[in-house]
Design a binder for this molecule. Structure first.
Ligand code: PMP
Length: 362
């Protein structure tokens, strides 16, 4: 296998605005304890796997899938009590966010996102040539109404994208802030609820109230199906119509559609672990707070943002077999790592590794 790198002079130059871009993504390192990408530590239940295997066996894989992914949209519509024409799905909620940028962003348009916020958003904005403006958070990582109204007035965005709860902070946005953003702008308000199933509340009631609101969700976290790549959108029917204009032909494959249908049918079993994760989150937060120099933000999600008054925390934990997500040099997050809530054993391993690194007794 050749390892030769083609000299720059022999390449087709990539778009100028992409030249300096680093591909988005957390390092995929094979550590014994992987708490870095907010997956669920438990695999989907055997009933789901058996059902999916059987259903996949009946698919006509020599035919293109249903372009309208009708069974999946019907299952989601039923789950949320919405019309079929208000539901849309794609390969992960990341793809939905990209489609929303393709449809409503682009050259000459702006998306407003929080800082700190979901790290993939600026990348999606850049690849779709959408200007990315930042809505600052307060010291507790909250958005306040005045700052929100000021930001939409100043930037006049076509899109406002907020993760609720936010990643990597775990902090939610108050519903009155969402209303204020909506009413003070003409933007499509996108609430990215990738972690909503772990939170105290969700924004579903706002769907009937705010005409320019969409909610995106995922099967990657609470539905334990990160390997499937499936996310969905709930919103007004005109948004679903517009997304048809940017989706690739047959964008959602038949096996993924089937996995989503089965997950909806068996939703109670597939999401049966959520209570355990929420309880474990609080136990982990309590144990981490006992360590010297460690501050933990309250979290509504399946991860914790942890500030440690020490250097080299990410590398030190990795050296002890625990992979977390490093934000220590990210703007507004200096000294922070994000720890996904794993099994009790994994969380104990993370606490023990951090205590060892800090030279503290447990
Ligand atoms: N939104 C947020 C806030 C996330 O943290 C993630 C996953 N890291 C996603 C969206 C993407 O999820 P999916 O796997 O559905 O693309």
């Amino acid at each position: 296998v050749s390892t030769r790198r083609t000299p720059v002079s022999e390449r087709v130059p990539v778009r100028e605005d992409l030249a300096a871009v680093q591909p988005y993504g957390a390092p995929q390192v094979d550590a014994p304890v992987r708490l870095n990408t907010n997956e669920t530590p438990y695999p989907p239940p055997p009933s789901f796997v058996a059902n999916l295997r059987e259903r996949i066996g009946t698919l006509d894989l020599h035919r293109y899938p249903d372009r309208e992914h009708g069974m999946l949209r019907a299952a989601l519509a039923h789950r949320f009590g919405l019309g079929y024409d208000r539901v849309w799905a794609a390969n992960g909620s990341n793809e939905i966010l990209a489609q929303l940028h393709q449809a409503y962003g682009g050259p000459g348009r702006t998306v407003l996102g929080t800082r700190p916020g979901f790290a993939a958003l600026p990348t999606i904005a850049r690849t779709t040539a959408t200007a990315h403006a930042e809505l600052p958070l307060d010291d507790a990582y909250r958005v306040d109404v005045d700052t929100a109204v000021e930001a939409v007035t100043a930037h006049r965005p076509h899109l406002v994208c907020l993760a609720r709860p936010n990643n990597p902070t775990g902090v939610s946005v108050a519903l009155e802030v969402v209303r204020a953003l909506h009413d003070a702008s003409e933007a499509l308000i996108v609430l990215d609820e990738a972690y909503a199933e772990f939170a105290a509340d969700d924004a579903l009631p706002l769907l009937g109230e705010l005409p320019r609101l969409v909610i995106t969700r995922t099967f990657s976290k609470a539905f334990r199906l990160a390997g499937v790549r499936l996310g969905y959108l709930l919103g007004p029917e005109w948004v679903v119509d517009d997304l048809h204009k940017v989706r690739l032909p047959y964008h959602l494959d038949a096996m993924t559609q089937t996995a989503g249908v089965v997950a909806c049918e068996l939703a109670d079993e597939v999401t049966g672990h959520i209570g355990a994760i929420v309880a474990e989150r609080e136990r982990l937060a309590g144990r981490l707070r006992q360590l010297p120099g460690v501050t933990v933000s309250p979290s509504d999600a399946n991860f914790l943002l942890v500030h440690v008054a020490a250097d080299g925390v990410f590398d030190g934990l990795l050296a002890r077999g625990v992979l977390v997500r490093d934000f220590s040099s990210a703007p507004g997050l200096q000294g922070c790592v994000r720890i996904t809530v794993g099994t009790a054993e994994e969380c104990d391993a993370a606490v023990a590794a951090l205590a060892d690194l800090l030279g503290s007794e447990l």
